[in-house]
Write a protein that binds this ligand. Structure first.
Ligand code: NDP
Length: 241
C-alpha cells in the first residue's frame, strides 16, 4: 500500500466496522497521524503495530514490546535487572522501552550506528524510570558481569543467515545470564545455541511473535487464543526439515 493511501485505508476500516488491524513496516510510524489516541508505550516508542477500535476511536498500541515482555516473563523478571539490548531499530526500541517500564534498573544499548543507539538510550533515560547508556559496537562485545538479561534485537541470524552470530565475546556468556533472541526464524539461532552451551537460560523469538499476536487478538475480540497451537504451527513452519 502506498503511504499516501494510509488515511483512506484507516477511514475504510472504520467504515467497514473493523475491530482493528495490524500495521507493519513501512507504516508503523506514519499511521499515527491517522489515529485518535496512543497507548503509553506506543507513545514513548513512537511506533504502532496494532490499532484497536475503542468507543468509536482508533487507539494505537505497540504490542511488539509487550509480546516480548510476556514471553520474557516465562523465564525471567526484568525488574531491578541490568538489561543489555543489542540493536537500536524498531524491535530494540519496543523492547528497551517496555522492559524499562516493567522496572528494569538499567538498560544498555549496543549498536553500530551511533545516532540510532544514542537516541534510543536517551529516550529510555528521559521517558522511563530506568537509567540507560549507549555503547558503540566496534568489536566483539563483552557482556558486563552485572547484566542479567541479554537481548539480540538485531536482524543478525534471521533466515537465510541462520548461522550468523552477533559480534560478541562468547567467553562472557555466563550461566546466570538469560539470553533472548528476537529472531523467530530459525527459532534455534546460533546465539541461542552458544548460550545453551554456556549454561545460560535461553528464550527464542517465537515466544515474542506468538505473544504479540495474542495481545492483538485479545484487544480486538476479548478472546485469548491458545499459545501452544500458535507456537507449534510456527515452529513447524520455521524449523528446517
Ligand atoms: P530494523 O531494521 O529497525 O533494525 C535492525 C537493527 O539491527 C539495527 O539496530 C541494526 O544496526 C542492527 N543490525 C543489522 N545488521 C547488523 C549486524 N550485522 N551487526 C550488528 N547490528 C546489526 O529492524 P527491526 O528492529 O524491525 O527488526 C530486527 C529483527 O527483529 C528482525 O530480524 C525481525 O525479524 C525481528 N523481529 C521479531 C519480532 C518477533 O515477534 N519475534 C517482532 C519484530 C521484529 P544499525 O543501526 O547499526 O544499522
Amino acid at each position: 500500500m502506498a503511504p499516501e493511501a494510509l488515511g483512506d485505508a484507516v477511514r475504510g476500516a472504520a467504515a467497514m466496522g473493523w475491530a482493528g488491524f495490524n500495521c507493519s513496516i513501512p507504516h508503523k510510524v506514519t499511521v499515527i497521524d491517522h489515529l485518535d489516541e496512543l497507548a503509553e508505550s506506543a507513545r514513548i516508542i513512537g511506533a504502532v503495530n496494532c490499532v484497536v477500535r475503542r468507543d468509536g476511536c482508533w487507539v494505537g498500541e505497540n504490542t511488539d514490546g509487550q509480546g516480548f515482555l510476556m514471553s520474557l516473563r516465562t523465564v525471567a523478571d526484568p525488574a531491578r535487572m541490568h538489561v543489555v539490548v543489542l540493536g537500536a531499530g524498531g524491535a530494540a526500541r519496543a523492547i528497551a522501552v517496555e522492559t524499562a517500564l516493567a522496572g528494569a534498573a538499567a538498560i544498555t544499548i549496543v549498536n553500530r550506528n551511533r545516532d540510532r543507539g544514542a537516541a534510543l538510550a536517551e529516550l529510555v533515560e528521559t521517558a522511563t524510570p530506568a537509567t540507560a547508556a549507549y555503547v558503540p559496537w566496534t568489536g566483539p562485545y563483552r557482556i558486563p558481569a552485572d547484566a542479567g538479561i541479554l537481548v539480540n534485537a538485531t536482524s543478525v541470524g534471521l533466515y537465510p543467515d541462520g548461522g550468523a552470530l552477533p559480534d560478541l565475546d562468547l567467553s562472557t556468556l555466563r550461566p546466570a545470564l538469560t539470553v533472548a533472541d528476537v529472531i523467530p526464524n530459525p527459532p534455534a539461532t546460533a546465539l541461542l545455541q552458544a548460550a545453551t552451551t554456556a549454561g545460560c537460560t535461553t528464550l527464542d523469538g517465537l515466544g515474542m511473535l506468538v505473544e504479540q499476536a495474542r495481545i492483538g487478538i485479545r484487544h480486538w475480540t476479548g478472546l485469548t487464543p491458545d499459545a501452544t497451537v500458535m507456537r507449534d504451527t510456527l515452529a513447524a513452519l520455521f524449523t528446517p526439515h
